[in-house]
Design a protein around this ligand. Sequence first.
Ligand SMILES: C[S@@+](CC[C@H](N)C(=O)[O-])C[C@H]1O[C@@H](n2cnc3c(N)ncnc32)[C@H](O)[C@@H]1O
Length: 477
Amino acid sequence: MTDEKYKELSLKEFTKAAEVYETDRAGVYKMCKKDYPDVLSELEREPFEDLLDCGCGTAPMLTLLHEKYPEKHLTGIDLTPKMIEVAKAKNMENVELVVGDCEDLPFEDCSFDAVICCQSFHHYPNVQKFFDSVQRVLRPGGRLILRDMTARTGAARWLMNNVEMPVINLAGHGDVHVYGKDEVRTLCRNAGLNMEIFEKRDFFRLHCVARRPVESRQVQLGDVEETALIPLCIKASESRRRAPRISDPKAVEIVSTLAIDTDKYDKYFSHEGVVARTVLIDETAGHLLEKYPDAAVINLGCGFDDRFSRLDNGSAHWYQVDLPDSIEVRKKLFAPHERQTLISADLSTDSWFEDIPKDRVTIVIAEGLLMYFTEAQVKTLLGQISENFPRGFLLAELMHPIAAKNDRMHDTVKHTNAHFTFGVKSGRELERYQPGWELIRETSFFTVMRRYSAVGKIGDTFMRKYMNRLAVYKFKR
Ligand SMILES: C[S@@+](CC[C@H](N)C(=O)[O-])C[C@H]1O[C@@H](n2cnc3c(N)ncnc32)[C@H](O)[C@@H]1O
């Protein structure tokens, strides 16, 4: 079928449906109402002034929005003149209604903070043109909220697209395609939008949020520095969940600002591991800070971590150490703070410790770091800590040698050019590198993961020793 034919069918279908669309005789279209509460609650998460509803129909969603936000500037566009005629008869102030094609939105660049589209884009034969057009009319940082049909499995979607759809077309409907996550991600990526949320929700619905990034350039980081994007994207996506286990508003803000392809950095096992690690280190460092409120906290390989905001006690000073290009990006993203010092240094060659006071308890955090070092570099680093800081604690994430050897099987690191080079079977091995060091605890991330899922419980029972863990060392000269 040609593109024109699809649109012709849609026009016919919705011209007929317009008069009854919001009545008890709406038939199958009554289902559309199921989308409105989720769109409203998604919109509530962030402020907006100008909103566009693509394929607005008779404007049921705009009516709800107009009641809730009478002062906002709302615009609706629809291909079917009869739909717009019915919508206009509602005489809503501040609501502009336009007949037009969503594949070529007739609005100025950067006109809207939010674009919503409910149960409409599966009617667009040139769907990429729609995404491109949305990217153009959105302001940098603005969001596209998409709701449409989908299926739980690829097989079910295949049946919908290849069996159900042709029958629907024969019956005179202009439906084109039912989309899955990968397809929507590709459409977003091609248009220069970051897909932030894609969920399959009740009633066979896809719920997607994509954003036009504030910065259109991709962040340029070295191979190891790039790995900092993995926990960043995971913490952002976890924070956006309806019941987040960790909250990191800064990660959400950064991911919204930068053009990052979040999907390759946010996979199930890495996600669960990063959540567990964050919970574990927050708890451990939090307890130490209660005991030593004036400590110097050294965050080695800090990346874009914002533990400082979660654990700040008003007195401890934090030293954020990372490679120069990470620190440059960090400087742009984090506001300066009197109790945070950024140190730009290569831990394996530079004297990163010189400007850090030596007269107090030191809490050193090495999260997602040592696995990228050689054994000799780990020994040197521990030696530098011992020589420069008289007493304190090291909170080190350790990896098992089998995991370190198989980095191309790691669900997210395999998408980067970084390689694991260091693993130990037990934290005792590091204790032996330095006299006066004591391993006081070694906790598998599964210990936390078992709180949240059956996978965590099974892993904790059978795979505990192969999982990354947090080793806590006490050191004293
Ligand atoms: C099922 S209705 C959904 C209406 C409304 N969004 C809602 O949720 O109730 C689909 C709407 O998409 C519109 N539509 C289909 N193709 C379109 C296109 N290329 N451009 C603009 N609107 C289109 C139809 O005219 C129809 O009003």
